[in-house]
Design a protein around this ligand. Structure first.
Ligand code: FAD
Length: 484
């Protein structure tokens, strides 16, 4: 046990009654384990951490928090990169790591039912003997949870062909902010499942998830193509997609990202490459062979092409890409993982602009990205020990998001808005847009206690603290909507 944050003593005692004393953490040193997610420069020590073992316990915890007006936040594995699971010192963090059971595997109907704390890759491991896998594959798939994936609508290298998490979730059991346990599924009527997936933990807590299983492909072919420049690699991407080929994945890394990966995992990508492309095709054998020949031809400007002869060589090709975020730590003490989207056709122009921004500011930027769907992950490097370096990196990072917006893209592709990008939302949405989104949130969570302070820059509806708003929302004024 230990000290309890002032004001939360009574609640902590009730949470012990709900989840068991051993599953409620109040010791200040132990609480620090949970003070951030993968975005480590936002930190807050949670008031109380509770590790429930089922939906009934979560419902009890949510009801207890609501009765006391205490905010609560769900956390899966804490690998999020936008501060979505950032706790609050005056709140309760509900961690799903004890809920890791795969409850059902139904091969005939190609689905599995899992608890929210189940690790993404464990679903694929469990169904592989039946010839199936779970398609969404974030690079963090060895540790991130399905509950976190649902909340972030996570993507991954193979989501170009197979779609994001939302395309692979068939139903969710959810504890609502009212403390009820409800099932939302692909039923007729409003697409509540579509609203819930990607809601970043602000509309309730997923306690059971039914996921779609995908048959393992008959054939897989992977190549690594090394280009002199990022522009020629970008042109190859456009040519491949333009030819009507939809690879399972097309990933690009620039010279700085390659340098980092080499230092970290010795991936042995061709020396002197300005950029490498990893292209993977999967599907029926005959189709894969035909399209693979096409892709090799479209990569004709590459100075070297390597084709994986077997699974071991395929793993070697992927090793550099999958390790890229962490690998950057080898060449820079600190870095920001940015996540933005642009139309694929804008790739050459935007990458050239990022290069200019980097040159002008002296801030190095390594580029690793899902090239097929225009989802950039610029890694903005800095040394926090150097005065002002963090601010300069933040500025470049924000300018990159501006470029994405200018080119008709988005401020996030798959990592979510969380706490980190809330301030950028008004650059993409009008005040009316944001208020309308808030009204959806208020319909689920009128008390505003479910992961507050995330996504929206100036919370001012429901019971949240008023922000900059100076006039009544037009929908409210016209009588078409109420403030909850
Ligand atoms: C090295 C690395 C690589 C990554 N690669 C990718 C990638 O390729 N693609 C990608 O999309 N992301 C990637 N990520 C980001 C991250 O892994 C994903 O966002 C992931 O889905 C987060 O899962 P988590 O279990 O760690 O969630 P957490 O970080 O614990 O939480 C994330 C959000 O989900 C909410 N949440 C958690 N559980 C629940 C629940 N049961 N019900 C409701 N809300 C819940 C939290 O409140 C929070 O808002 C990467 C991260 C790292 C560190």
């Amino acid at each position: 046990m230990g000290d309890v944050t002032a004001g939360l003593e009574g609640l902590a005692e009730r949470l012990r009654g709900i989840a068991g004393a051993e599953n409620v953490i109040t010791d200040p040193a132990e609480l620090r384990t949970y003070e951030c997610d993968g975005l480590t420069y936002h930190r807050a020590t949670p008031g109380v951490v509770v590790l429930p073992d089922g939906a009934e316990q979560i419902a009890g915890i949510v009801r207890a928090c609501t009765a006391d007006g205490v905010p609560y936040i769900a956390r899966g594995s804490g690998t999020g990169l936008s501060g979505g699971a950032l706790p609050r010192t005056d709140g309760v963090l509900i961690v799903t790591s004890r809920m890791r059971r795969i409850l059902e595997i139904d091969i005939d109907d190609e689905r599995a039912v899992v608890e929210p704390g189940v690790i993404n890759l464990d679903v694929s491991k469990a169904v592989r003997p039946y010839g199936y896998y779970y398609a969404p594959d974030p690079s963090s798939q060895q540790i991130c949870s399905i509950g976190g994936n649902v909340a972030e609508n996570s993507g991954g290298a193979h989501c170009l062909k197979y779609g994001f998490t939302v395309n692979h979730v068939l139903a969710c059991e959810v504890v609502t902010p009212g403390g009820e346990i409800v099932e939302i599924s692909e039923a007729p009527g409003y697409d509540l499942l579509g609203v819930f997936v990607g809601s970043e933990g602000t509309l309730g807590i997923a306690t059971k998830i039914t996921v779609r299983l995908t048959r393992l492909p008959e054939a897989v072919e992977t190549l690594l193509a090394a280009f002199d420049s990022i522009e020629s690699a970008g042109e190859a991407v456009s040519a491949i997609i333009g030819a009507g080929v939809v690879p399972a994945a097309i990933e690009m890394m620039d010279a700085l990202a390659i340098e980092a990966a080499e230092a970290a995992v010795r991936c042995r990508y061709p020396e002197g490459a300005g950029a490498v492309l990893i292209v993977e095709l999967d599907g029926p054998d005959a189709e894969v062979r035909r399209q693979f020949a096409q892709v090799e031809d479209l990569c004709r400007d590459a100075f070297e092409i390597r084709v994986a002869a077997d699974d071991a060589e395929r793993a070697l090709i992927w090793r550099g890409r999958k390790s890229a975020f962490a690998a950057v730590g080898r060449i820079s003490p600190d870095y920001i993982v940015q996540d933005g989207v642009i139309p694929r056709t804008a790739l050459p122009e935007v990458l050239a602009r990022i290069d200019e921004l980097s040159g002008d500011s002296g801030v190095r930027v390594a580029n690793v990205f899902h090239a097929g769907d225009g989802n950039l992950h610029p890694l903005v490097l800095f040394d926090d020990a150097v005065e002002g370096a963090g601010e300069r990196a933040e500025l470049v990072s924000a300018q990159i998001l501006d470029l994405c917006i200018e080119h008709g893209g988005s401020i996030t592709g798959e990592h979510g808005v969380g706490v980190d990008k809330a301030k950028h939302m008004p650059r993409m949405f009008t005040e009316e847009d944001l208020d309308t989104m808030q009204m959806v949130r208020c319909a689920f969570d009128p008390a505003g206690l479910c992961n507050p302070g995330k996504i929206y820059p100036t919370p001012r509806l429901c019971g949240e603290v008023p922000g900059r708003r100076t006039k009544v929302h037009p929908l409210v004024e016209s009588g078409k909507a109420d403030l909850f």
